[in-house]
Design a protein around this ligand. Sequence first.
Ligand SMILES: Cc1ncc(COP(=O)(O)O)c(C=O)c1O
Length: 339
Amino acid sequence: MTSTPLATIEGMPRFRALLGPTPLEEAKALSHHLGGPRIFLKRDDLTAVGLGGNKVRKLEFIIGRVLAEGGDTLVVIGGYQSNLARISTAMAIRAGLKVELVLGGVPGEPRDVTGNLLLSHLLGANIHYVETEPRWEFGSYVDDLAARLESEGRKVAVMPLGGATPEGIAGYVLATAELMQQFDEQQIAPSRLIVSVGSGGTYCGLVLGECNLGPSYKVTGISVSRPADYLRDATIAATAAARDALGLSHAPTVSMLDINDAYVGDHYGALTDQAREAIQLVARLEGVFLDPVYSGKGMSGLIGLIRSGEIGPDETVVFLHTGGSPALFAYDAARLLAS
Ligand SMILES: Cc1ncc(COP(=O)(O)O)c(C=O)c1O
């Protein structure tokens, strides 16, 4: 029997939450406005659980493993407006797991319980606020919490920041196959796929999909926070480990990676003028919401590459919409609406 490149992933424990392929829809008005390439939106903001987003594909495998190993508690770390925290909590509830959210940021509890944080509260997550400096340095808090819960008889799994584990990466290798099927059905052969890059787990899965399944496109990652050099090194390490863990044949070399850090702005979460323009354009032309932290910056990268001519008017491109719109409610309205 010959095995397919996806045989190991397809045999991995999986807690299914997706209802089927997410839509791949053409953004005709946006393409027209930008004077050029055909743009398709892969609507991973519409994954079925907890208001959706890219994390659902990752969590199917992460939660699948926790359940297979007899875990009953998931510890998730992130910032106050973490999308992962919201979606993990929603999926864990469905899977019958308890969730402990360890959210880091400025000293003291956040003044405004809005956006993702409001939703995580509404879902009933047990939330620990930890003062972190630098931003993602949780010190020993998570280890101590896990040890305490274990001593109380709970079986704990701790998810690394962003869920960028081999299981988390598997979801976007499979998404590559889903996209290729949709390209066949819609008779298109996109030359680029654009995605925003935070922890890099989504990008790693897509790049592994690119080297192992051979879609028509090249993946371009738009960083929302970290320098491109750092992300390239991290991607090489994470994809090599994931290739082995996921039974794949190929992992990328540095020269295959295309990561752009020109759209980060001052720092993670800072609303850039380009992201604001992207959010407004896509809302007004397509009726689709992006967010200031991830998808807005990713789309500002796509717009920038089109305007600079790096993406030509005759190309066809896919923008992976990774979700995140609940964070809109935690931003200043006047700044989001400014022209
Ligand atoms: C809405 C949204 N888009 C994109 C990303 C980036 O994904 P990754 O961490 O896999 O790079 C995240 C991560 O938190 C996210 O919440």
